[in-house]
Design a protein around this ligand. Structure first.
Ligand code: ZN
Length: 136
């Protein structure tokens, strides 16, 4: 697959409201958007960091995968998201050919205008990996 850049870094937080002042007032990043992703049961906040961005993830339900992550591992680094130039569907097909386990069988709608798919951490050296492309 052809990856152009790190699209964003996902960070799990218990509360976006509590986490944002550090990122905005100490690190000086601008939160340009918050968005709820209903099917992932998370609220997200996006901050620009040069050419990439941070995605803060707060669970909106106790059965959200991010809620489970916070329970077992606590807040912190959650996933790496890469922008693929030749499409998420093509990248997933390549994963299939290379026997790389994925969480998503097909691209789905993610936050911030992206089509996304996750690869399984068991197949990615334990880093939850998201592939993204801008929705057309
Ligand atoms: Zn993400």
């Amino acid at each position: 697959m052809k990856i152009s850049h790190i699209e964003h870094i996902g960070i799990a937080v218990n509360s976006i409201e509590e986490a944002l002042p550090f990122y905005e007032n100490v690190l000086g990043f601008e939160c340009y958007k918050t968005e709820e992703v209903a099917d992932q049961k998370v609220k997200t906040a996006f901050l620009k960091v040069g050419d990439t961005k941070l995605e803060l993830l707060e669970p909106t339900s106790p059965d959200s995968t991010v809620a489970k992550f916070l329970e077992t591992r606590g807040p912190g680094f959650h996933h790496m998201a890469y922008a693929v130039e030749d499409g998420v569907a093509n990248a997933l097909a390549e994963c299939g050919e290379k026997s790389i386990r994925t969480i998503d069988a097909a691209p789905r709608a993610g936050a911030d205008g992206m089509n996304i798919a996750f690869l399984h951490p068991k197949a990615t050296q334990s880093i939850l990996t998201e592939l993204c492309e801008k929705k057309k």
